[in-house]
Design a protein around this ligand. Structure first.
Ligand code: SF4
Length: 361
């Protein structure tokens, strides 16, 4: 039996060790003559105090570390570049084992929140017109352990720079999280696990450009984290123009899917709405937004200041229009909040992540 198990594990030879569960590691260690309790030590090095190589697992013998190196890989993300904004935001560029780059952002706020914004894909296939990542090709999905690494590395920076742990995580970086569904859910499972970062799922928000089928799937999976919809335009014609995904997932299909999600999870939804000058910033647009808000169990509309990118010609609305929009929503009892983007001087603000330095190199 043990030999059979060894065969199965050895099929995993030179495979990612973080794709094994604890019992797999126990079985592997037994077959190479090691004690079962070592598996927990290895597991802790992989998830609780994550290391970047087997050699850093200092409570294991040299021989065991060598054996693990021969039989498995540990393709952890590494920090390739760090930028620090004058407003306290950090942008980290991570390098994957196969030479790609993704970005994650640490956003401290005056209210004492420390939010990590993480990427879920390398590039993105959805081509939203206002987003720098949308102008890159999608290279591949990030694995769940790579997404977990982003969070751990951002948490390390947070502890070092601010003496605090991350308080919130948002999946709003590069990529569409619901098109990398399994890895996103597995990463959250790990982040919320006591064998990971033990963070409450209520502090995690997954933001989608609107994949109706997968929003329903989240409902079926009865997830406990929060869901945000990047609406950005409140009628189909305008939304088609800035988010091509709307052609196959129109606003009505999203309203239906969000209601289903709420019915299954009882989690209220947040709308994200970037204000663009002369496109979606009039009071007629506000009226359309209010109509959608009334049809969905939503708790919040986040109005976001647009951050210009080189590839697009959208502009930021005038301040008085932003104020009028906000005032109008408030008057109609919509819980709206204006989110001033942070980290603009280092291209870390919403919609600006695109490995700019890599492209210009
Ligand atoms: S906004 Fe999100 S979904 Fe749209 S292109 Fe950018 S990363 Fe992709």
């Amino acid at each position: 039996m043990a030999r059979l198990y060894l065969c199965k594990i050895m099929k995993n030879a030179a495979r990612n060790i973080r794709h094994l569960v604890l019992t797999d590691i126990e079985a592997y260690l037994l077959t190479i003559g090691e004690k079962k309790f070592r598996a927990k030590q290895v597991y802790d090095w992989l998830w609780l105090k994550p290391v970047r190589s087997f050699n850093e697992m200092t409570n294991l013998s040299k021989e065991l570390r060598q054996k693990l190196t021969e039989d498995f890989t540990l393709p952890a993300l590494k920090i390739d570049h760090t930028q620090h904004s004058e407003d306290g935001t950090f942008k980290l560029r991570f390098k994957t084992h196969d030479g790609h780059f993704v970005e994650g952002v640490l956003i401290p706020t005056a209210s004492g929140r420390y939010t990590a914004c993480v990427s879920s894909q390398i590039g993105c296939s959805l081509s939203c017109r206002f987003c720098a990542t949308g102008y890159m090709d999608r290279k591949r999905n990030l694995d769940f352990d790579e997404i977990y690494d982003e969070v751990v590395l951002l948490n390390d920076v947070c502890e070092k720079e601010y003496g605090k742990k991350l308080s919130n995580i948002v999946y709003m970086g590069m990529g569409e999280p619901l098109l990398n569904y399994k890895n996103v859910l597995r990463s959250i499972e790990r982040i919320t696990s006591p064998e990971g970062l033990a963070m409450s799922p209520k502090r995690i928000t997954v933001s989608t450009a609107g994949v109706a089928k997968m929003i329903r799937q989240l409902g079926d999976d009865k997830v406990k984290f929060k869901l945000a919809l990047s609406l950005h335009a409140a009628n189909d014609q305008k939304r088609h123009g800035i988010m091509p995904i709307n052609e196959t997932n129109d606003i009505q299909s999203l309203i239906d899917a969000l209601n289903y999600f709420y019915k299954q999870t009882k989690n209220e939804i947040t709308f994200e709405y970037i204000l663009f000058k002369n496109l979606n910033d009039s009071l007629t647009d506000a009226d359309e937004l209010i109509k959608i808000y009334r049809q969905v169990p939503a708790d919040l509309v986040n109005l976001i200041e647009y951050n210009p990118i080189d590839a697009a010609t959208f502009e930021k609305p005038e301040e008085d229009k932003v104020e009028a929009f906000m005032y109008y929503l408030g008057k109609h009892r919509v819980n709206a909040r204006l989110r001033r983007s942070r980290g603009k001087d280092i291209d870390a603000a919403c919609g600006q992540l695109a490995n700019k330095e890599e492209h210009s190199a």
